[in-house]
Unconditional design. Structure first.
Length: 367
């Protein structure tokens, strides 16, 4: 496609007309008092806005579950301890003291611990009553956790009080057995004190177990209520996070698409001949890099055309006839080369080869 010399003037004119229509990048960026966040920083911000609340929700939910789980485990441990003594304590204590009462065991042997009767695998173990009382006192007085003044605490205090009375009865009965001659008194102690106190301890343990079951039921109800409240709170927080996240996502998307669209319009203006068209900067740094590269390309094109205009003016001043040819296909500005100026065979043009020496001769004649 051939374009006459006037095309340059037309291009220059369009540049002058549009010069004031598209403000330069420098004036726009100079008006900004801060450096905008990069795309990476904005994406990290979006991630934190979404991740931090969700992480807080997860940690809060985990903390709540852990708290109730600890309370639940404590109740189960208390129930296990209480049930162990509810099953074995009364029978072990009564059996041991019965053997002492009827004189089948020398009570002094308890100083070495439990007494084993028989040597076969069917041997009977007679528990040391003092060890039974000490173990029960340790379990109910220290191991089992309870709230002071609660129903469970009242029942445990009753158990401890019975253990103190039982210990005195055991000491009395063992002392009588060691001294001898107190069989009737020991029978009375075994029937009224030993059996009575063991039954009271068993009753207290049963009542304690009942109140612990009530506590467990109450804990389950509290957990359900707390779970419902937490779920509602988390849903509300999740809704806020989604709204804020969507807002930031739209904002970040616009900060990417709008500068790219503006850069596209600038490229279209440059393609229509507006050599003063420049891409705006001041948004994302990644887009700014692209815009500055585009502006540098535009500046180089303008300088090249300015240089061409100057050469054109020189030729016009010397009255050299010429045409500026632009080719839609093929190497630009090299399509009119002769054998000497062509870089390769594709650049050679027969018309230029015929026209070039004539032009040189004409210039020599004018000189």
């Amino acid at each position: 496609m051939g374009v006459e010399q006037g095309q340059i003037g037309k291009t220059e004119g369009m540049a002058e007309v549009n010069k004031n229509q598209d403000p330069g990048a420098d004036s726009l960026s100079a008006a900004r008092p801060y450096r905008p966040l990069s795309l990476r920083a904005r994406l990290i911000l979006l991630l934190f806005v979404i991740a931090i609340p969700l992480t807080g929700m997860a940690l809060g939910f985990q903390k709540m579950i852990a708290s109730y789980s600890a309370s639940y485990d404590a109740i189960l441990a208390n129930l296990k301890t209480a049930n162990e003594y509810n099953i074995k304590f009364k029978s072990d204590m009564e059996y041991s003291m019965y053997r002492v009462m009827i004189g089948l065991i020398d009570a002094e042997q308890f100083e070495n611990g439990d007494i084993v009767e028989g040597e076969t695998k069917y041997a009977t173990v007679v528990k040391n009553p003092h060890s039974l009382i000490a173990s029960a006192r340790q379990a109910f007085g220290t191991t089992i956790e309870r709230e002071a003044g609660s129903d469970c605490d009242i029942k445990i205090r009753g158990i401890l009080s019975c253990l103190d009375s039982l210990e005195r009865a055991v000491d009395k009965m063992i002392g009588n057995a060691a001294a001898g001659g107190y069989y009737d008194e020991n029978v009375n102690i075994w029937e009224n004190d030993i059996q009575g106190l063991c039954s009271m301890i068993q009753d207290y343990i049963t009542q304690y177990t009942y109140y612990e079951m009530i506590n467990m039921e109450q804990l389950q109800k509290e957990l359900k209520v707390q779970m419902a409240d937490q779920v509602q709170s988390y849903l509300a927080l999740l809704l806020v996070v989604l709204v804020v996240g969507m807002f930031l996502a739209v904002t970040i998307t616009k900060s990417i698409t709008e500068p790219l669209q503006q850069l596209q319009r600038t490229a279209e203006q440059l393609g229509r001949g507006n050599l003063n068209a420049r891409a705006r900067t001041g948004g994302l740094e990644e887009i700014n890099v692209l815009a500055r590269a585009f502006n540098q390309m535009s500046d180089r094109i303008r300088r090249l055309l300015d240089k061409t205009r100057k050469e054109t003016h020189k030729l016009r001043a010397r009255q050299v006839p010429f045409e500026l040819h632009l080719f839609q296909d093929g190497p630009h500005a090299m399509g009119l080369a002769d054998r000497e100026s062509a870089r390769d065979e594709a650049h050679y043009n027969a018309h230029a080869a015929a026209w070039h020496p004539l032009c040189i001769d004409w210039l020599k004649g004018r000189g």
